[in-house]
Structures are given as C-alpha cells and as structure tokens.
Design a protein around this ligand. Structure first.
Ligand SMILES: [Zn+2]
Length: 262
C-alpha cells in the first residue's frame, strides 16, 4: 500500500541531524516516493544530491514567493538548466504569499508568471504555494491555463473553499492535503475535499512544517503521512487502501515519475 508524499522539505536543515533515520521511518510507514519542492535556487542542488542517493526521491525546481526578490533572468536560466535533470518532476514551489510579504508583491507576481511560463515551455506540472492571495493566484493560473495545453499541478496546502477547489480541479489541478485535514477547526477544508472527491487529491506532509494533530508544535516528518491518509479516509468514508491507491495514482498522473511502479 504505497503512499506518496508530494511535498516534503527533506533538504531542510531541520533534518540535518537524522535524515537517514527520517527516511527509514518513512519507508516503514509505506512512503515509497516523495517530492522535495525547492524554495531557493541554492537549495536545488542539495535536493538533487539527495535524489541521486536514494530511489523514490524526486525534486521540484523553483523559487518560493518568499524569495521572489532573488528572481532574475539569470536565475530563470539556471532554473531551466536544473529542470532538465531526470529527477526533476515539476516547477515549484511557486506562487504568491501576501500574508508574510517577504518579497514585494510585484516581484512575487513577476517570478510567479515567469516560472509558470517555464513549466509550460518544459511540459512540467507546477506546485503552487498560496497564502492570503487566492484571487491573485487564481487570476495568474487562469491566464496560464488559457495560454496553452497540458496545464497541470498541485495547489499545495490547499486552504480555499469549495468553489475554488472545483474551479482548480476543472483546470487540471489537484489539491495537496496535509496535516490541516486533521485539525479540529478545518471544517471548510473537509467540505471542499468532500466536494471534489478522492480523484482530485494528493497527500503531502510539508515536513518539517504543518504536523498532523497529535504532533502539533513539533517537527513534522514524512512517516506521519499515514496519519493524514487515515484522516482523509475518515473524511471521505473510504478505506485507507482506497485512499492510498487513488492518491498515488493521482500523484503519478501529475508528476509522471520515471522508474516508479507505485
Ligand atoms: Zn512547502
């Protein structure tokens, strides 16, 4: 019953002390593949080095909206280079974050748009980060989807409502479901998830962030993906096996992993 963690910052310094043990626990918990989304250009080779050492590890190459002020045409050229690596399966994580506003909003928009175009050019899916920027992100995605064919991707840590979920799914996106599905107050999220159903969902931990309920306030890790899968099974009234199989198939449809049989 393989599970796929579609969003795990395994390259994060939070794992420097025990990364091999974390990976061993993930494997024990049936996590057979995971995708490391990058946040800065500098972290991409670190993630790729991990992917080269371990089967089942894949990388998304991109510049996070927090780091959008580091985006430039040289950065874009470098991204295009990394994106040709056989273990790179997506452009991400990219998007807009108007909550923390760590880069100017105009710079965020520009970096987001250029990276969407790069994904289109390379035929890769995107991993989208969005916080307090729903309308702006949907505007950019709508334009991207209209501009070509084959647009696909993940709305990571989905936090929108049912209407947004339905629109994104109609555009070829799936929703990334993580720790928040286990939180007592996540009623709107559970409703959105029920509205779109299992065929539109993938699992993610976002480790070391966003741990599921029993581990809140502590470091998250990919082994906890199983708790997220169990919570999702309860929300949808389906078996854990069904959730595992369906979400793995969805992840495979988005990322088209080579050499993974899950
Ligand atoms: Zn992330």
């Amino acid at each position: 019953m393989p599970l796929i963690d579609t969003h795990c910052h395994l390259d994060d310094p939070a794992f420097d002390g025990d990364r091999e043990e974390v990976l061993a626990r993930a494997r024990m918990a049936s996590v057979e593949a995971l995708v490391i989304p990058s946040v800065t250009l500098e972290r991409i080779p670190v993630a790729l080095a991990l992917a080269e050492r371990h089967p089942g590890i894949y990388v998304a190459a991109g510049i996070h909206p927090h780091a959008a002020s580091t985006f430039s045409s040289a950065a874009l050229a470098q991204l295009r280079e990394w994106a040709r690596h056989p273990r790179v399966v997506a452009i991400g994580e990219i998007g807009l974050d108007f909550y923390r506003d760590l880069s100017p909003r105009e710079a965020q928009r520009e970096a987001f748009r250029a990276q969407l175009e790069l994904a289109g050019e390379l035929g890769l899916p995107v991993i989208i980060h969005q916080r307090e920027a729903r309308d702006a992100v949907m505007e950019e995605l709508e334009r991207w989807v209209a501009s070509g064919s084959g647009a696909r991707g993940i709305l990571h840590a989905f936090s929108g409502d049912t209407a947004m979920a339905r629109t994104a799914v109609a555009w070829g996106f799936v929703l990334g479901i993580g720790g928040p599905i286990t939180y007592p107050r996540a009623e709107a999220l559970r409703e959105a998830v029920q509205a779109v159903g299992a065929s539109a969902l993938v699992l993610e931990t976002d480790a070391p962030y966003l741990p599921p309920q029993p581990y809140r306030g502590r470091r998250n890790e990919p082994a906890y993906l199983r708790l997220i899968a169990e919570a999702l099974a309860r929300v949808l009234g389906l078996s854990l096996e069904h959730i595992a199989e369906q979400t793995s198939r969805n992840a495979q449809r988005i990322f088209r992993f080579k050499g993974f049989e899950g």
